[in-house]
Design a protein around this ligand. Structure first.
Ligand code: URA
Length: 295
């Protein structure tokens, strides 16, 4: 019997490779050309160690990297900008804090985030997902991180869970002209995995500044990760939801409420009863607020 080694032209082999990628969470092609991330990260590690690495072939060679990072004490206090080798997570978090604090407006903050290169998620995401809705709204909602649809459109909560969120808001007379929506992490984690604590820590100063600049009267954390990150609690969402807490922007204390993430409600519709109570609590809180003075 003659056995043929499968070639890449075999339909079945290609189907297996595709199935492997789908199982691993790959659901969208990010670019026309394949990128060899192993060579890229080996080059980054070597650059950080001050060595030069020869790429295995010209085709898979990573883009040339600049000089290795200078110790923090000798660096100017500028954010990690596009084109530089990504800084280590601790340094990236410090740079994120400095960059975020320097943004005088939401537009400036978005522009800084576009240039910020310190979060590895930026390199796998298609685009930045900064915000949607009305930045002048009294209500701000913050989710965890964009998913596939958000990554494609560049706006938060536009996929299935976004549609449910829209219906939940509509039930209390709110839409995207009267709410401002963002995420703790503004880049989609590959395969919709949970952002790592380092990725979250790097992005945190930006969302905190975004909340401070938007200055809403009511903040809603969608899901446990958002509540734990922004409100500093350790409770799971089932325990934390429905309880008013204080969110201190640094310039003002804002009432904040955690509720179930709409993606959770899609999987567990029984939670909708409690989510409905939370929506009513939000409505009542907004109704009880004094009129806002015009800007
Ligand atoms: N889930 C989130 O937390 N944010 C989005 O923008 C979409 C889904």
């Amino acid at each position: 019997m003659l056995l043929m080694a499968p070639t890449l032209n075999d339909r079945d082999v290609l189907a297996d490779i595709l199935a492997f990628h789908v199982e691993a969470g790959v659901d969208v092609a990010l670019g026309e050309q394949p990128v060899d991330r192993f060579t890229e990260s080996a080059a980054e590690r070597s650059a950080a160690a001050g060595r030069v690495v020869l790429a295995p072939s010209a085709e898979s060679a990573p883009a040339p990297r600049p000089a290795p990072p200078v110790p923090a004490a000798h660096r100017p206090a500028t954010p990690a900008l596009a084109g530089e080798a990504p800084p280590p997570p601790d340094l990236a978090a410090v740079e994120a804090r400095e960059a975020a604090a320097s943004a005088p407006t939401l537009e400036a903050l978005e522009a800084l985030l576009e240039k910020f290169d310190g979060c590895p998620l930026k390199h796998t995401a298609t685009r930045l997902v900064f915000a949607d809705g009305n930045p002048q709204a009294r209500l701000m909602l913050v989710g965890e991180a964009p998913g596939r649809d958000e990554d494609i459109e560049g706006k938060p909560f536009v996929g299935r869970s976004g549609k449910l969120l829209d219906r939940m808001l509509a039930a209390i007379g709110i839409d995207r002209t009267t709410a401002y929506i963002a995420n703790v992490v503004p880049w989609r984690p590959p395969g919709n995995r949970t952002p790592t604590p380092q990725e979250t820590a790097i992005c945190l100063p930006f969302i905190c500044r975004q909340i401070e600049l938007a200055n809403p009267d009511v903040l809603v954390c969608l899901g446990g990760p958002s509540a734990q990150t922004l409100l500093g609690i350790r409770d799971g969402i089932t325990k934390a939801r429905g309880r008013w807490m204080d969110y201190d922007t640094g310039s003002r204390v804002i009432p904040a409420l955690a509720t179930f993430h709409p993606a959770y409600l899609l999987r567990s519709p029984l939670g909708k009863r409690m989510a409905w109570r939370d929506m009513l609590a939000i409505e009542a809180r907004l109704a009880g607020l004094p009129e806002r003075a015009p800007d």
